[in-house]
Design a protein. Sequence first.
Length: 389
Amino acid sequence: MRIVRIVCGLLVMATVCPAASLGSESSAADARRKYAKDRTPAPEAVPPTEGKPATLAFNRRWEPKEQAFSFLAPPDWALEGGMFHVNPAQTGGSTNSISAKCDLTLKKDAEGTVFFRWLPTWTFADMSRNPQFSYTAAMFPPGSQYQGMTVRPMPSVNQFLQELFMQIHPQATDARLVEFTPMPELGEVFRKIYKAADESQQAMGFPPFGYDGGGILVEYTEGQRPYREVLSVCLVDMRASGAMWSNQYTLAMRAPANETLTWKPVFDIIRQSMKLNPEWFARAYQADAERARLAQETMRYIQNIDREIYAHRAKTNAEIRHESYLWLNAQNEYVNPFNGQTEQDTDQFKYRWTTEQGDMIYTDRADFNPNTTRPYNDRTWKLTPIRQR
């Protein structure tokens, strides 16, 4: 069970990951005071600009430290960070050292006025729900280390994300929580990923794991510039069986406050384009056939997150608010003209061009042809048709 859970967690980390210790319980109180919910529109709110660019170009790029995975990004964006490993000698145990972690930021400019960040998955200790630890818990107060995990009472998704925002933006001022959006569909995705491990624990008499997904939209000022930022996560609750919990699929995306709709398609494309490098996975974890199968299955779930959420909310007539750009965009399936494979991607553009190397151009212009347009015409581009059903 533990191997299955670790491998699943690893793959989610490779697609999405954060790095650095999170806030304490005192910072939780600070967060609640700082982000007291304001249900009325902010008088100084900056109206978002309308529309999206007519054409967007992306290169397929590699995670810079270990080439663990690739993704689409605008060619002039900078990469910062990447895969890293936790030394168990420095954390008092191996729980957070078993799997590689990733903290990778894609930045439009040096200032990071527009950025997309994969944050790492951390496992925390919380002994409050496991009777086997009833006597041990008093010896490990919040903030201490247990088996390589920071002891931290499991917060709500809303609280976790507000504390995370404070951690990564210590200089932010005038911060306002615009909305918290529960995302039960994200929890269901991880319920499928953890299915085997969960059932194994239930067979031993433990309660099932808990899965809680959601996101927040925050408005704030940094460096005298107003921003809007979305942070999202799925918290996996294993306290009853293992006295632990973890943050999965943790992302942060920000843009200037009046440009959020302009940059939404870019964030969507980056997030959906991650592809795991099987050679890295085999080298790092000596994966056998079962792990390889599990890797492919996990990737399939991760890449279908957008489609499952969108389809579920459309089916149940639930509200879909694109304004907060929380994962909610329509999808379609395309046929790659170079390898014949079916690819899932956004359908926000009329035309989708690709190269054999996996670079992409999205456009609404019928007269645009990258094969005759500089600087793109140094490669061969082909249109990707929609898969026939």
